[in-house]
Design a protein around this ligand. Structure first.
Ligand code: NAD
Length: 277
């Protein structure tokens, strides 16, 4: 991945360009909080927003995009189908409801939020239909481990363009990352800052002070240098700006291996092989 600036993109396997930095909005409240976060991020150069029907803030995300005055074609909008909506017909309806809440007439990326057993193949068929009908520019999955991807690929006509996974210095899943990258599936990090828990890691403090950058910036830059798209969440303007300040320094190979070695296979979120929602 060639890293240039805040608006830089990575090509998906269908040729669509996805910004490698985006704003996550999980737990940003619908209304002023999410509207202001989204419009601020877009005004300072972010070009991608990651929401989900489950986050209950799609209306605010849409309003934030309009408030920013950035033309719609320049913004990459992702949302996700929630577990209780999975299945063919219900996914089509859920997609239309998300689009209406966002106030948009197409999406850039629609993801299956979690691999609900017995359902995700039908859900994928619906995503393929929406893609072929031109309502969404790219389709992908989230929280799919290797065996779930392989299973999906047995019946899929279209290979997912993205797999959005929990990813941070304590959970690298290098095997899955390699598998996705070698199969042209863009790997995207959720909770890249471990929901705020990375700040106590000493090695990161050391690398950050060496570069005169913050721990968040070093961690997010490590995502990009590993070829991983990242969507840190904040609703605070100064943090949104800080998390976008990744393009005036570079981690060395040594820095990269020190951060890689922090991996403990430790999840802060649910296990895709064992969730009950
Ligand atoms: P995150 O790792 O991005 O951490 C967010 C928290 O870190 C913030 O609430 C804030 O407290 C803190 N923070 C952010 N920037 C900071 C900074 N510069 N300095 C200090 N503290 C800072 O956590 P997340 O929100 O869980 O993940 C990011 C996004 O990933 C979400 O908003 C959502 O869009 C997506 N996500 C997807 C899934 C999924 O299942 N697909 C699951 C969780 C999150």
């Amino acid at each position: 991945m060639k890293i240039t600036d805040i608006k830089g993109t990575v090509p998906l396997h269908n040729g669509i360009k996805m910004p490698y930095l985006g704003l996550g909005v999980f737990q940003s409240q619908n209304g002023a909080e999410v509207i202001n976060a989204v419009s601020h991020a877009l005004k300072i150069g972010y070009r991608s927003i990651d929401t989900a029907s489950f986050y209950d803030n799609e209306e605010g995300v849409g309003e934030g995009i309009r408030k920013s005055d950035i033309p719609r074609p320049e913004v990459f909008v992702t949302t996700k189908v929630w577990n209780s909506d999975q299945g063919y017909d219900s996914t089509i309806s859920a997609f239309k409801a998300s689009l209406a809440r966002l106030g948009l007439d197409y999406l850039d990326l629609y993801l299956i939020h979690w691999p609900v057993k017995g359902k995700y193949k039908q859900t994928w068929r619906a995503l393929e239909t929406l893609y072929q009908d031109g309502l969404v520019k790219s389709i992908g999955v989230s929280n799919f481990l290797r065996h779930q991807l392989d299973d999906l690929l047995q019946t899929a006509d279209i290979k997912p363009m993205v797999n959005q996974m929990e990813f941070h210095p304590r959970l690298v899943q290098q095997g899955l990352l390699d598998y996705c990258q070698s199969n042209d599936i863009v790997y995207e990090a959720w909770s890249p800052l471990m929901q705020g828990h990375i700040f106590a890691i000493e090695d990161l403090t050391r690398i950050a002070s060496k570069h005169g950058k913050s721990i968040a910036q070093v961690t997010l830059r490590w995502n990009l240098q590993k070829g991983v798209v990242t969507i840190p969440k904040s609703s605070k303007p100064h943090r949104i700006e800080e998390n976008g300040g990744l393009f005036d320094f570079e981690l060395t190979a040594d820095d990269m291996s020190i951060i890689d070695a922090l991996d403990q296979g430790k999840r802060i979120g649910p296990d895709p092989d064992n969730f009950d929602f």
